[in-house]
Design a protein. Structure first.
Length: 161
């Protein structure tokens, strides 16, 4: 007598195997959707920190008296840079969510950012000086498109006294 699988046994094994594949596919699909959301969130955080770092790299150039740093508006900060006794007028001006301008005297450099809003305000209570500067960077929330993610940084340029 031959030992072989009947057609019914093969169909039952294939049905069980296909059920496992369906469950596995659903679980993996759910995992991939969550992973994509987490990647989008990490990308948003990267954009926020990179933008803040770019702005901070220009703000720390400020030197001289504390009253030389001025928050002109929520999108513009002016400051002086003193090198070898010579004063340079500098400014950071936010153009839109994709770029800001850095100016030294008459030279302007445009710096690109990725869908990040930049705002400046006073972090201190002093009426005499605008220091320290509170910089808020904001980007759309990948989990909820009707809200935003934001980070706040307090900057006091090391060369300012």
């Amino acid at each position: 007598m031959k030992k072989a699988f009947t057609l019914l046994e093969l169909i039952v094994v294939l049905a069980i195997f296909s059920s496992f594949l369906v469950v596995l596919t659903l679980v993996l699909n759910n995992y991939l959707v969550k992973a994509q959301k987490n990647i989008a969130l990490l990308d948003s955080i990267r954009r926020l920190t990179e933008t803040a770092d770019k702005v901070n790299n220009y703000l720390i150039r400020a030197s001289g008296p504390a009253n030389s740093v001025r928050i002109e508006s929520a999108t513009q900060v002016t400051f002086d840079i003193i090198i070898s006794g010579q004063k340079i007028n500098a400014a950071i001006e936010v153009v839109d969510n994709t770029r800001f301008n850095y100016r030294e005297n008459d030279q302007v450099q445009t710096v690109t950012v990725e869908d990040v809003s930049i705002r400046f305000s006073k972090a201190g209570a002093s009426a005499d000086v605008d220091l320290p500067i509170k910089m808020t960077v904001t980007t759309p929330n990948p989990y909820n498109t009707s809200s935003t993610l934001s980070m706040e940084f307090v900057v006091y340029p090391p060369g300012v006294r």
